[in-house]
Design a binder for this molecule. Structure first.
Ligand code: 4NP
Length: 172
């Protein structure tokens, strides 16, 4: 953070981390969808994004085939992403640490370094076209669940981009 313009901190970049349980369904989908949105807004070099899981079950694995298929249908490729587990250092480094559900939020709070808790939010807080407060875990359901997850994430992603623009003055 340096100077301020219109009361917004001037930043070269803002960092966003999406977090779910396994880092193979919801959070890599959010990463892919939000990156796509940032490219359309020519902000992909200003907003740095990543995703991680609260558990290590799927470390180094690619996203679930159903998650990849749901995004492939919309022209978004997440096949090169690999699972990793979130760390307390992530919460220090990232400006936004966005949990897909309340269980993820609770697990993030449990490892949160002092003074960083305000960065941890439910991702669906940024949605405006639906009343859901959580992105439901689609892992044990059918492929229709992944389409629903896509719609929820797309809604919250637009609100998140608006929040970043409102809170930060992004500059070269
Ligand atoms: P995600 O979905 O948290 O959206 O990646 C899950 C992936 C794997 C498991 C649970 C949820 N699992 O139990 O292995």
């Amino acid at each position: 953070m340096t100077a301020s313009r219109n009361d917004r901190p001037v930043r070269k970049s803002v960092k966003v981390l999406f977090v779910c349980l396994g880092n193979i369904c919801r959070s890599p989908m959010a990463e892919g969808i939000f990156r796509h949105l940032l490219r359309q807004a020519s902000l992909d070099d200003r907003v740095k994004i990543d995703s991680a899981g609260t558990h290590a079950y799927h470390v180094d694995e690619p996203p679930d085939a159903r998650a990849q298929a749901a995004l492939d249908q919309r022209g978004i490729d997440i096949s090169t992403l690999r699972g990793r587990k979130v760390t307390p250092t992530d919460i220090e480094i990232f400006d936004y640490v966005l949990a897909m559900d309340r269980e993820n939020l609770k697990n993030l709070m449990a490892i949160c370094p002092p003074g960083a808790a305000s960065k941890i939010r439910l991702f669906m807080e940024y949605a405006s076209n639906c009343s859901e407060q959580e992105v439901p875990d689609p892992y044990f359901g059918d492929s229709g669940g992944f389409d629903r997850v896509f719609d929820l994430i797309e809604d919250a992603a637009s609100g998140l981009l608006a929040d970043i623009r409102a809170r930060y003055h992004l500059t070269a």
